[in-house]
Design a protein around this ligand. Structure first.
Ligand SMILES: [Zn+2]
Length: 106
C-alpha cells in the first residue's frame, strides 16, 4: 500500500515488487512529468528524467496512486482522464494527511 511507503514501513523496491511495477527514467517532453501503463501484467512507470528529485518523487507517487486505485485495469476513455487525474491527486493528498497526522501523534 502507498500508505506503507509514505510511512517508510516499506521501501520503493518492496513496493514495486508487491505491485509488479517497474520504473523507467526517460527523456520526455517538458510538460510530461510521467505516465504509467500495463504491459503483460507489469505496470510500467515512465518518469521524465530531467525533473528535479522532488518532482520525480511526486510524479512517482502520483503514478503509484493510479496503480493502486486500479486505473490501469479500466479501459479509460479520453474524456474521463481528467477525473482519474483528480482521483489520483485526492488519494495522495488524503494519504499525506494521514502520514502527517501520524507523525504528530506518534
Ligand atoms: Zn496521472
Amino acid at each position: 500500500m502507498l500508505v506503507s511507503l509514505l510511512n517508510n514501513e516499506i521501501d520503493e523496491k518492496e513496493y514495486l515488487r508487491e505491485y509488479n511495477a517497474k520504473i523507467l527514467y526517460r527523456r520526455l517532453p517538458k510538460r510530461i512529468y510521467g505516465f504509467v501503463f500495463k504491459y503483460r501484467d507489469v505496470c510500467i512507470i515512465i518518469i521524465n528524467r530531467s525533473l528535479s528529485e522532488e518532482n520525480k518523487k511526486k510524479t512517482l507517487l502520483h503514478e503509484f496512486a493510479h496503480i493502486e486505485l486500479g486505473h490501469l485495469d479500466k479501459k479509460l476513455l479520453e474524456f474521463s482522464i481528467e477525473n482519474v487525474e483528480d482521483e489520483a491527486e485526492r488519494y495522495i493528498k488524503s494519504l499525506m494527511g494521514m502520514c502527517i497526522w501520524k507523525r504528530f501523534c506518534c
